[in-house]
Each structure stands twice: as structure tokens, then as C-alpha cells.
Design a protein around this ligand. Structure first.
Ligand code: GRF
Length: 223
């Protein structure tokens, strides 16, 4: 009896390091899903090179080719559905999605945001953490809802900020030590049917997550 794996569509806009980590987790077996397609809203980004190198089908739905957000998102949903989809990962996807698209995939679409939500929704999170003199910074995986970076947070990871950190050094370490680990893990819970969103909250193994789970790993830098 062949087990059909859930089909995961990954949306990107840039370098695709999260895509790479997710793809490697599917190849290594820790993420029991099959990436059925990669969609970028921007042509020529390195993430598309990664998709090709990984042998993944990919396409571009260039938001600049559409007169408004509604027609862009209608085409984006068509492209997602053409690949076949059970779940969506926004992986460095830099477009704000409208409520119709979000409703279409509600409860099946996750995003990763480079901050310890609810701190620093929006952009330039590493600069803001440094400017605030925070001791720690991290990333969060959350369900996508109409509230930007505001859906129920599932899993977070954090590391200590170093005195000599720059936004670039901090972003690189967060990507390597946190994002690349927590995103495949949260996606695996979704693929396994252990994770769901109900009544505006995330549920894991039948328990509502009142606060996000915190990723602890011996190889994660000790705060
Ligand atoms: C990641 O830090 C992600 O959290 C943020 O944008 C960056 C995208 O990186 N949304 P990549 O495209 O996955 O390399």
C-alpha cells in the first residue's frame, strides 16, 4: 500500500534558504510531505535556482504583471491548485496576501517571521531588536490569518544577541540556528495531522497552544 504524502506548495520571493531547509527535511524524511511546486512572485531570484537544483517544479506569478492584488491572487491560487496542494509554506514570501486567498487555504498555510512574535511584526526585525538592545532575538512559525504576522504562533526559537552583532550577522545566525530548524518541524506537525488551527488558536496533539512552543535543541546556540 503506497502512502500518499501531503502535497506542500512553497511560496518564495528571494534567496530561498527556508525553501532549501524545507526541501532537505522532505528528502531526509523528517518532514513527511512532498513539495509539489515552488512559486515565486519575482522572476530570476536565487530561490528558483535552488528549486531547479532540487528537481522541484516551479513557476513565477509576477505580481507586477497584474493590474491589482485581486487578479494577482486569483492567478496565484490557480498556480497553487495546478500543482496540487494540501498545505502551503510562505518561505520568505514578501507579498501581503488578501483575505480571499487566506480564506481559501485557512488552517493549511504557515509563515515564518524573523522575530519573537508578537514582538516586531513587519519588516527590519533584526535592526529593531538591535536598536532596542534586546538580549535575545529569534523567529516564529505561525498560521497565516488576515492579521499581518498575527496568526496563532506555533513554534519559536531564540538565540542570544552578541555585542558585535550587525543586522546581517544576526539575520544569518537566526536563519541557520533557528529558521532552518523550526520551520521543517512545524510543517511536519501539520503534515502529520498533529497541528491545526481552531477558534483562532493553534492546537497540537489536541491541546490548544496558549503560548508558542519554544524550540530547544542541544545544537542551538545557548542563549
Ligand atoms: C527569512 O529570514 C524569512 O524569515 C523572512 O525573509 C527571509 C527570507 O529568506 N521572511 P529566504 O528567502 O528564505 O532565504
Amino acid at each position: 500500500m503506497s502512502i500518499t504524502l501531503p502535497r506542500l506548495v512553497v511560496l518564495i520571493s528571494g534567496t530561498g534558504r527556508n525553501l532549501q531547509a524545507i526541501a532537505e527535511a522532505t528528502l531526509g524524511g523528517s518532514l513527511p510531505a512532498r513539495i509539489s511546486g515552488v512559486i515565486s512572485n519575482r522572476p530570476g531570484v536565487y530561490g528558483l535556482e535552488r528549486a531547479r537544483g532540487l528537481g522541484l517544479p516551479s513557476t513565477v506569478v509576477d505580481h507586477r504583471a497584474f493590474p491589482d492584488r485581486a487578479t494577482f491572487e486569483a492567478e496565484l491560487a490557480q498556480a497553487v491548485d495546478r500543482f496540487g496542494v494540501d498545505m502551503i509554506a510562505l518561505a520568505g514570501f514578501m507579498r501581503i496576501l488578501g483575505s480571499e486567498f487566506i480564506a481559501r487555504y485557512r488552517g493549511r498555510m504557515l509563515n515564518i517571521h524573523p522575530s519573537l512574535l508578537p514582538k516586531y511584526p513587519g519588516l527590519h526585525t533584526h535592526e529593531r531588536a538591535l536598536a532596542a538592545g534586546d538580549a535575545y532575538h529569534g523567529a516564529s512559525v505561525h498560521f497565516v490569518t488576515d492579521e499581518l504576522d498575527g496568526g496563532p504562533t506555533v513554534l519559536q526559537g531564540s538565540i542570544a544577541i552578541r555585542p558585535d552583532d550587525t543586522p546581517e550577522s544576526l539575520a544569518a545566525r537566526i536563519m541557520q540556528c533557528v529558521e532552518a530548524r523550526i520551520y521543517p518541524r512545524a510543517l511536519a506537525w501539520l503534515a502529520e495531522g498533529r497541528l491545526s488551527m481552531r477558534d483562532g488558536r493553534a492546537w497540537l496533539d489536541g491541546r490548544a497552544l496558549e503560548t508558542p512552543l519554544q524550540y530547544q535543541d542541544s545544537t542551538t546556540e545557548n542563549p
